[in-house]
Design a protein around this ligand. Structure first.
Ligand SMILES: Cc1cc2nc3c(=O)[nH]c(=O)nc-3n(C[C@H](O)[C@H](O)[C@H](O)COP(=O)(O)OP(=O)(O)OC[C@H]3O[C@@H](n4cnc5c(N)ncnc54)[C@H](O)[C@@H]3O)c2cc1C
Ligand code: FES
Length: 1306
């Protein structure tokens, strides 16, 4: 082996960038690498040389990329492709100007994925774009604007003209201007044939150059992993991972040419095991059209799986050999490789051998038959004579591991019905890839009878215990059957095709065996969507012709930081440069749900290198306990814990890695306390008091008078905020008079300031809290950030050093709570004509172990329970359940998305019972009064409803959907149209205040500060528009730097969709004051410029600084009298959705969404449409996709993007039309606008109800009619089981209570 090789300066720079990306967590595809064919030392170079002879550009996940792997690579980050200081890149410009950047935290990743695509394909198709962006998540925009910006690079443009940006303004893409591969990295072949070794603190990295050397290395170090793509090894050996696996030696065979060889034979193709999956996909895509279809069945099956495997960023690095050797239970490739008779060529010391990738190869979880010292050199993919199928079902269509995945192959005797060979493998049905060998034996011949026998054998053969890890037992078992059935349909279709072409005879009974379920052939198949070319329409009011061209209010102006966000220049909390002596903090949390802490031993942690201190409750100089509504919450648990994830102590160290190691070394002993409460709070009467009640009329009496009564219930799961920037803060002791500077990603800087002051026992005037921008908040950074910042402040105070605390995603999800899960039970009385006369609804929210804002959330649920309906007798009861789960908190909509859903589900039930729509008949009409006696006019609500019906062509499409459903058995379409009436502002009147401070400097530039925080919702952009109008100057002269407690004190949380209403008015107030002060100057010099007036004002000693204040409406709610004026006004909307559901797998696609929203006169339509689309997609995630799973002991399983799926590009509706209601005024808010941040989340439930409608159609084919239960989210699992197909009916259901389920049903 060669001697060690030190990093060049260039590499140090790269390392710094990558470390920063890793440290900030902004790693998802935010860098790309390009590898030169002229640089043989490049680690993937030989592979590229072999296959392409060209530079390849790969978008990769920085977090999975080992720095040593980059030897010879050029790394480009978003900062490298363009900047505001030089020239921005067209990708940066287009995403920004198309309004594709809100909070901006995801934007560099989006830019780099698109940039990488354009480097490889300057004129991509829409399919290329959606594939490239499939692995990038955005929680703000709903993806439509990002895709629209990227779409402008397509050669084939959509005929629809974008409404919110002018693409003629865009810089052209000029590939000749792109970065070239750095010549200095091109070094001679010979000098790079040396083995590379890098020595680290605890690990060495060796990169051999030949297969012989690799074999020798592996045989002398059998335990050393081979790191290819690092997507499996990397996850486990991440030094930040608490169960991190330490590898003293890592072998990197990426320069071993033999592992990248591709050899063609008459029987098939040998593919080097080192090839990454993108390369395997391209190779097969290139080969498939060159041969007859029947020869490449296996190639095509593999391509299908590869397109859906992980994301492009993963496929760009993950290797074929690595995928096989990882032996994941739900590997997508292994079942297909196994069913397809593939084999591997191994190179043990002393010679090669070939091993088939069959049931004997995959031994158990993560294990294969290979001996530790063996290496897969290549994999043989044969040509086929038979039919091969590859099917998968995953929680999300893209970038998600499959729930069940399968590879199937059938070979018929020539011109006969007889099956010669069948091979069926499943993933997701055991600890590794499993073979359904007994079922295969039962296939002679291929007909309905055999198939039906095979189902029974399959059920026996692939049994799963009811408490199997991963859960979804019934669903997984039913998928084994339905995927086989789907394969059968595919085979039949191909056979029929062959008959048509005369390749086989019509007498082949395999062709005739299409009587599955005696369904006409036409109903078996269904049209697919083909290439998706998303179409979108956006309509908004245009400003009046009389409005001055310089007045920006009402115009679709780009988010003021969008360009900085797209160039990576925007500064988030963790981008603040490290200060001298700065420490990093990490917290140690409870491993028990309900226990006494019997001992806390920090001695070992304190002995570890880099660890400076451990902070416990005893170190808190002020209050460790917060009291809300009479309930205490500890910052750090002292003697007892009440949920898994509760903070117990914090470790501060010189680096994040050392802090993490220190935290892992803290030893805590517990004594369990009896009876933790998770799902049984109602039975155990475990509630936070007071419980709330509201009613009008008399439901008991009314129930006696109605034609029909109905009772039902629905459960709504919680939802993780999944803001892209996790909770982040930096506390710096100034070193003088107990003064602290705090930088935090907080929606409520004032509460952060107050909490720190209380914790440290110092006055608030010693703490200043600064918030520049937040990488998404959604309500999750209102009350939780102050708690986390308080602990950080204790550490800073105790060590007298700056302390940074940036939560890892897993800790953030574990500690900071989520949206409240809610159970709703209802009884409804109605008349035959559809009128609902009385409804009694009980709401139980799962608050977790502390009260937080749970009581206010219950109140908001009750206040919105009527939604759009005038139900004369209405009774609501709400309770916040106290459980031993993490404390839930506010989340966009503040309980309304859960509360209204229960009312809508009840209405849905009644409509199903009566067999006709009943929403319209029950809506408020004319001057109206809510159940809490607030007067309002529902006119615009009804306008939204009627206009949405027209724009969506509701009645014609409804008929088309019904017709489709009659013609198709296994695919069903569903439609739903729903209204919303959403109250804006805080019912707690004091929170409606806004404050501002406006300075005009002598050069005429204006600095505006106000009480709202910018978290992507565009408040600073709108405020800039307000200031521009009031001061009569262009927005370019106005700057907003940050929100801070030393400029605008005592601010309210930026929440309740009221930020612009309150702070916009305050800024208007301050600007008007200043403008009036300048009046005498203007009078003296009417032709002067803004600058000259400011100059003159200074010399005339006119103050150029003013505060602004807006008291907000005096809102209130009197719960004793059950009346009040809790809202300033209502925002209205209606949404119509259509979905197509695959009843066999539960997969669905939103075919079309039409949203009509009344937001008065929008201050900025592009920002507001962004809020509408983003909220809709977040609602779609809430009601159809996102699932938080807890173990039976209260541990959150779903602690990252691998387990918790938020909507991705693939989930956006194929047509997404947004219309802003024209001619709407609102006297209660600035410039007649309306708050819009939250309301539309609820309308995401129109997708839920459309799925429910499709399920109802499927059930009716099985003879099931009437209301049925479908909890939210309507995941593929729930939708499929609710369809009650012949396959789901075959699955035996285990008796509840007879087993411990893998996950709690929260
Ligand atoms: C976010 C994410 C999403 C994913 N989604 C999917 C998915 O949807 N479907 C799916 O099937 N997979 C999925 N995967 C898994 C991914 O495909 C595998 O992790 C990957 O293929 C492993 O390849 P690698 O080169 O990265 O392996 P590495 O992590 O580099 O190595 C993995 C293991 O394989 C061994 N190894 C590697 N090459 C050889 C060889 N030639 N001979 C012997 N041993 C070898 C190594 O020693 C190591 O033990 C996903 C992974 C991630 C991180
Ligand atoms: S803009 Fe995409 S996460 Fe905020």
């Amino acid at each position: 082996m060669s001697s060690s090789l030190t990093f060049s300066t260039k590499f140090l720079i790269i390392k710094k960038i990558i470390n920063r990306l890793i440290d900030t967590g902004r790693s998802i595809s935010s860098i790309i690498c390009c590898f030169s064919p002229y640089f043989p030392a490049g680690l993937i170079l030989r592979f590229i040389l072999h296959l392409h002879h060209t530079v390849r550009h790969y978008a990769v996940n920085a977090c999975l990329l080992p720095i040593c792997q980059l030897h010879g690579a050029a790394v480009t980050t978003v900062e490298g492709i363009g900047s505001t200081k030089t020239r921005i890149h067209p990708v940066q410009e287009r995403i920004a100007k198309a309004h594709g950047s809100q909070c901006g935290f995801c934007t560099p990743g989006m830019v780099m994925s698109m940039y990488a695509l354009l480097r490889n394909k300057p004129q991509p198709s829409m399919d290329d774009i959606t594939q490239a962006l499939a692995g990038n998540l955005c929680r703000c925009t709903g993806y439509r604007p990002i895709v629209d910006g990227c779409r402008t690079f397509c050669q084939v443009q959509s005929s629809a003209k974008p409404q919110l940006f002018n693409k003629d303004e865009f810089l052209p893409l000029d590939p000749t201007q792109e970065l070239i591969f750095p010549p200095e990295l091109i070094v001679s072949q010979s000098s790079n044939l040396k083995t590379l070794t890098f020595y680290g603190e605890r690990t060495s990295w060796v990169s051999p150059t030949s297969l012989d050397e690799l074999v020798q290395l592996k045989s002398s170090n059998p335990k050393a992993p081979l790191v290819m793509g690092n997507t499996n090894v990397g996850e486990k050996s991440d030094p930040l991972h608490s169960q991190s696996v330490l590898h003293p030696l890592i072998i990197s065979p990426t320069r071993v040419v033999e592992l990248f060889d591709v050899t063609h034979t008459a029987q098939g193709v040998w593919v080097g095991a080192g090839c990454n999956l993108s390369e395997v996909q391209s190779l097969l895509e290139k080969l498939a059209p060159q041969f007859p279809k029947e020869k490449t069945e296996l190639f095509r099956a593999l391509i299908r799986q590869l397109r859906n495997l992980g994301s492009q960023q993963i496929r760009n690095v993950a290797s074929l050999g690595g995928n096989i050797m990882s032996a994941y239970p739900n590997s997508d490739l292994n079942p297909v490789l196994a069913a397809g008779n593939c084999k591997s060529s191994l190179n043990p010391p002393g010679g090669r051998r070939e091993v088939h990738l069959n049931q004997d190869f995959f031994v158990s979880f993560g294990k294969t038959v290979l001996k530790p010292e063996e290496i897969i050199v290549s994999v043989f993919i044969p040509f086929t004579r038979e039919f091969v199928g590859a099917l998968r079902q995953a929680p999300r269509k893209e970038a998600a591991f499959a729930t069940v995945t399968t590879g199937m192959r059938v070979f018929f005797s020539e011109r006969s019905r007889v099956v010669q060979e069948v091979s069926i493998y499943y993933g997701g049905m055991g600890p590794t890839t499993v073979s359904a060998k007994s079922s295969c034996v039962s296939f002679r011949p291929w007909d309905d009878e055999t198939l039906s026998r095979a189902y029974d054998v399959l059920l026996d053969e692939l049994d799963l215990p009811p408490s199997a890890p991963g859960g979804k037992v019934e669903f997984r078992r039913s998928l084994t059957l339905s995927l086989l059935f789907k394969f059968n349909l595919e085979v039949l279709q191909k056979l029929r095709e062959m008959v048509r072409q005369g390749t086989i005879s019509t007498s082949s009974s395999a062709c005739r065996s299409s009587r599955s379920e005696h369904i006409p052939q036409s109903k078996l198949c269904c049209p697919t969507f083909g290439v998706i070319n998303r179409l979108h329409l956006l309509f908004h009011q245009h400003v009046s012709k009389d409005q001055s061209a310089h007045d920006p209010v009402g115009r679709p102006i780009m988010h003021r930081s969008a360009i900085s966000q797209a160039t990576g220049e925007a500064v988030y909390c963790d981008d603040i440069p490290k200060t001298d002596g700065e420490l990093f903090m990490t917290v140690v949390t409870s491993a028990r749900a309900h226990a006494k802490i019997t001992s806390l031993d920090v001695s070992e942690a304190l002995r570890l290198p880099g660890v400076v201190d451990v902070i416990t409750a005893k170190d808190i100089p002020g209050k460790n306990v917060r009291t809300e509504f009479g309930y205490d919450e500890e910052l750090l648990a002292e003697s007892q814990v009440s949920c898994v994830g509760q903070m117990i102590c914090a470790v501060v160290a010189d680096t994040r890695v050392h802090a993490k190691r220190g935290a892992a070394a803290v030893k805590i002993s517990y004594e369990d306390l009896p009876d933790p409460v998770f799902t049984d709070a109602i039975e155990k009467s475990s509630f936070f008091e007071p419980r709330r009640v509201i009613w009008r009329g008399n439901v008991t009496e009314a129930f006696k008078t109605v034609d029909q009564l109905h009772e039902g219930e629905i459960r709504l799961a919680g939802q993780e905020h999944f803001y892209m920037e996790t909770q982040s803060m930096l506390v710096i002791p100034v070193g003088e008079e107990t003064e602290f500077k705090v930088y935090a990603s907080s929606q409520w800087p004032t509460l952060t300031q107050e909490a720190i002051a209380e914790t440290l026992n110092i006055p608030s005037n010693r703490v200043t809290c600064h918030v520049k921008r937040i990488g998404g908040g959604f309500g999750g950074k209102v009350t939780k950030t102050p708690l986390l910042a308080s602990v950080t402040a204790v550490a800073a105070q105790k060590t007298s050093r700056p302390v940074r605390f940036v939560l890892e995603r897993g800790d953030d999800m574990l500690i900071t709570g989520a949206r409240h899960p809610v159970l709703g039970r209802y009884k409804v009385g109605f008349m035959k004509d559809g009128r609902i006369v009385a409804a009694d609804i009980q709401y139980y929210s799962n608050a977790g172990h502390t009260i937080d804002e749970s009581l206010m959330i219950v109140e908001k649920i009750l206040l919105h329970m009527d939604n759009a309906y005038n139900i004369p007798n209405l009774h609501g009861r709400g309770a916040a359940c106290r459980t031993n789960l993490p404390s839930n908190t506010s989340f966009r909509g503040f309980g309304v998305p859960q509360g209204i859903m229960i009312m809508e589900n009840m209405i849905n039930d009644v409509a199903v019972l009566l067999g006709r729509p009943i929403r319209e008949i029950n809506m408020y009409k004319g001057p109206s009064v809510t159940h809490y006696k607030m007067e309002f006019s529902p006119e615009n609500m009804l306008r939204c409803w009627n206009e949405c019906k027209v724009k969506s062509d509701f009645s014609n499409r409804r008929k088309a959907v019904d017709q489709f459903n009659q013609q198709n058995r296994w695919k069903k379409r569903g439609m739903a149209i729903l209204p919303i009436k959403y109250g804006i502002a805080f019912a707690e009147g004091q929170f409606n205040q806004g404050g501002a401070l406006v300075h005009i400097y002598k050069d005429g530039s204006v600095l505006v500060t106000h009480g709202g925080t910018e978290m992507g919702q565009g408040i600073h952009t709108k405020i800039q528009q307000v200031a521009s109008r009031e001061l009569h100057i262009p927005t370019s002269k106005i700057y907003i730097s940050e929100t801070s407690t030393n400029t605008v004190p005592n601010t309210c949380p930026t929440a309740a969709s009221f930020g612009t209403d309150a702070n916009g008015m305050a800024v208007k107030n301050a600007c008007m004051t200043l403008y009036q002060r300048l009046e005498p100057i203007r009078q003296k010099d009417p032709k002067g410029s803004w600058e000259s007036w400011i100059d003159a004002a200074y010399f005339e000693k006119i103050s150029l600084s003013a505060t602004g204040y807006h008291g907000g409406p005096d809102l209130y709610m009197d719960w004793d009298k059950m009346e009040g004026q809790p809202y300033a006004y209502f925002t209205y909307g209606t949404c119509c959705c259509e979905v197509e559901l695959d009843c066999l797998t539960g997969d669905y696609r939103t075919v079309r969404t039409d949203l009509m929203v009344d937001i008065g006169r929008s201050v900025n339509p592009s920002v507001d449409i962004g809020q509408i689309e983003g909220a809709f997609m977040q609602g779609l995630g809430l009601y159809t996709l996102e699932e938080l799973k807890f173990s039976p002991f209260g541990l959150l399983y779903t602690r990252g993007p691998s387990q918790y799926k938020i909507p991705a590009v693939c989930d956006t509706p194929l047509r997404f039309n947004v219309y802003l209601l024209p001619d709407s005024d609102n006297p209660h808010a600035i410039y007649s606008s309306k708050g819009i941040g939250e309301p539309i989340v609820f309308l995401g439930s129109s997708v839920f109800f459309a799925i429910k409608d499709a399920v109802a159609a499927a059930r009716s084919d099985s003879g099931l009619v009437g209301p049925f239960s479908l909890d939210s989210p309507a995941t593929p699992e729930r939708a499929c089981l609710a369809c009650s197909s012949p396959f789901t009916k075959k699955i035996p259901v285990s008796k509840p209570g007879s087993f411990k389920p893998w996950a709690l049903n929260i």
